[in-house]
Design a protein around this ligand. Structure first.
Ligand code: ADP
Length: 219
């Protein structure tokens, strides 16, 4: 944990998503106030988070009493009960919170969340599904998409690059991707420069459009 405490954040719903968000924020040094209606979950998280409260967060008065408006951000991690998720986002928004993150289960849910005041709507299952599909491609070791178009991937160096300095491979011109860094087994990660020579088995970090990265990794 970092020595300096970071901003306090409210997390509502301690299911798989909200639970992971809370634990990670706490580990990063944030104060986390978590709220869940389920006493068993409240008990489970009690020793791990700064504060855990058993309450129905659809109730505006409860949120007000918990000081919701003084938090820098709130995360609503409720997917199965769409009505509760929407009511909570609305209540937080009415209390003046602007930095609201909410999990959506489908496009319609997302649209309602955006209208009711969520500044950031995330689709964890959908995004992870897309990620897994890309990772099944055997040369992709990791893949992070930013929206539908752009991504950064970690992959094993494709055949046409082997034994050559990057300047000769002309990745940007030929494949429309940028090699950002190189990790050789047993060595530290290095930033890619024009005279970096690529060897078999090197791991590359590459950025570009998703379809260009797919084509590049399949070479
Ligand atoms: P996940 O798929 O991430 O596990 P769920 O939607 O299944 O997400 O979990 C939602 C969590 O939110 C559950 O732990 C549930 O008890 C909690 N929850 C549901 N409604 C409320 C509410 N009104 N107030 C507080 N917590 C709630």
């Amino acid at each position: 944990m970092s020595a300096k405490r970071r901003k306090p954040i409210m997390v509502i719903g301690l299911g798989r998503f909200g639970g992971a968000v809370s634990r990670t924020l706490e580990r990063m040094g944030h104060e986390v106030l978590a709220v869940d209606i389920d006493p068993a979950l409240v008990q489970e998280f009690a020793g791990e988070l700064t504060k855990v409260v058993e309450a129905d967060a659809t109730d505006t008065t409860t949120l007000e009493q918990l000081g919701a408006k003084d938090f820098d951000a709130a995360v609503v991690g409720i997917g199965t009960n769409i009505e509760a998720s929407v009511l909570i986002v609305l209540a937080l928004s009415d209390l003046g919170l602007t930095n609201i993150w909410a999990k959506a289960t489908n496009e319609k849910h997302a649209r309602i969340l955006e209208r009711t005041g969520a500044a950031h709507v995330v689709f964890p299952e959908q995004r992870m599904g897309e990620r897994v599909a890309h990772l099944i491609n055997e040369k992709l070791l990791d893949f992070i998409a930013f929206g539908d178009e752009f991504a950064i991937a970690r992959l094993i160096a494709p055949e046409p690059l082997l034994g050559l300095p990057l300047v000769t491979s002309q990745c940007r011109k030929k494949y429309d991707v940028t090699v950002v860094g190189v990790k050789r087994e047993g060595e530290n990660f290095i930033h890619a420069v024009p005279d970096t020579i690529i060897f078999p088995g090197d791991e590359l970090v590459v950025s570009g459009r998703i379809h260009d990265l797919e084509a590049f990794s399949a070479m």
